[in-house]
Design a protein around this ligand. Structure first.
Ligand code: NAD
Length: 330
């Protein structure tokens, strides 16, 4: 299989590429014949994320934009599948300014889908998010739940998610959609809560906790997400949506408690700040479908995965320090 990975220099996309080409057993799924990464290298993209597999002759890196119709059309030739990660992904940035989110997430996805139509037999795996469902006070969303996104980020992802499904229904394109909960793990850009808190605590600084800290998120290790994506790519059904969740729901207060403990810090390092605008209270996905149909289950427990992640940031200061300085996150 020859796979085009958009956004493959970002946090999750690079983990997927490292899994495809690295020593991981991929749960017995075969290694691909070729992997092409298409990435615009925005502030969130980093070629160093691909360093462990950079010398692999099966990997090609293309510095380009998913909105570039000609480029995308030419690139798709010779590929059997697209795994589409490329996106603007930070909710706070979408609240400050939504234009880039609509442009990349909606128009960029539509550009890729149009190019895919000209390649019969191609599989298009669209990586969506649980945030498209909006907030849920009790129980968990199944894939049949209507989408009620609240942030501009989530709305742009919902638009691209529905566009992808529309290309399946209208044109018969082999589209598969995944909606995953919050990821954590190594190589995550340090503006997101776990690496932001970890790196600030390691530097002796304070950490900002939104509102009253009651917001609940479900956490999944990025490697478990990537293993789920490979199953959907190889064994999923065209036109089907798969929720992916870790089953570890924590309030932000509980998450902060664990990060403080992991970094040997106290609550006096926490700065309570005004809540995020429109902050969804709780996300919760029912991932029964992917567990029963594709026999997927997470390997990492949250406690073990978090300890490993904090250790990775402790050992890889040279990876994150230039990023926090450039993005003024310190
Ligand atoms: P990220 O911000 O770390 O990476 C995004 C990548 O896309 C970067 O490498 C960036 O350079 C690239 N990119 C951005 N605009 C581009 C463009 N116009 N053309 C080409 N490349 C472009 O994001 P992430 O956390 O790795 O998320 C990847 C995908 O997974 C996103 O679609 C996101 O919505 C989805 N997702 C993320 C999470 C999470 O917890 N991080 C959870 C569920 C789903």
């Amino acid at each position: 299989m020859r796979i085009l990975v958009t956004g493959g220099a970002g946090f999750i996309g690079s983990c997927f590429v490292r899994m495809l080409l690295g020593p991981d057993d991929r749960d017995g799924r075969p290694a691909p014949d070729a992997v092409t990464v298409l990435d615009a290298l925005t502030y969130a993209g980093n070629r160093r994320n691909l360093a462990p597999v950079a010398a692999d002759p099966r990997l090609a890196f293309v510095h380009g934009d998913i909105r570039d119709r000609e480029r995308v059309g030419a690139l798709l030739d010779g590929h059997d599948a697209v795994v589409h990660f490329a996106a603007e992904s930070h909710v706070d940035r979408s609240i400050a300014s939504a234009a880039a989110f609509v442009s990349t997430n909606v128009l960029g996805t539509q550009t890729l889908l149009d190019a895919a139509l000209a390649r019969p037999g191609l599989t298009f795996l669209h990586v969506s998010t649980d945030e498209v469902y909006g907030s849920v006070s009790h129980d968990s969303w199944t894939e049949d739940e209507p989408l009620r996104p609240n942030s501009p980020y989530a709305a742009s992802k919902a638009a691209s998610d529905l566009l992808a499904l529309a290309y399946h229904r209208t044109h018969g394109l082999d589209v598969r959609v995944t909606r995953c909960s919050n990821n954590y793990g190594p190589y995550q850009f340090p503006e997101k809560v776990i690496p932001l808190f970890t790196t600030r605590l390691m530097d002796g600084g304070s950490v900002p906790l939104y509102g009253d800290g009651r917001n609940v998120r479900d956490w999944l290790h990025v490697e478990d997400h990537c293993r789920a994506l490979l199953r959907v790519l190889t064994e999923g059904r065209p036109g089907r949506v798969y929720n992916i969740g870790g089953g570890t729901e924590l309030t932000n207060r509980q998450l902060t408690e664990r990060l403080l403990a992991a970094c040997g810090a106290d609550w006096d390092r926490v700065e309570w700040v005004a809540d995020r605008l429109g902050h969804d209270l709780r996300y919760s996905v029912d991932s029964g479908r992917i567990r029963s149909e594709l026999d997927w289950t997470p390997r990492h427990s949250f406690d073990e995965g978090l300890a490993h992640t904090v250790a990775w940031y402790r050992d890889n200061r040279s990876w994150w320090e230039p990023l926090t300085t450039r993005a003024a996150l310190r």
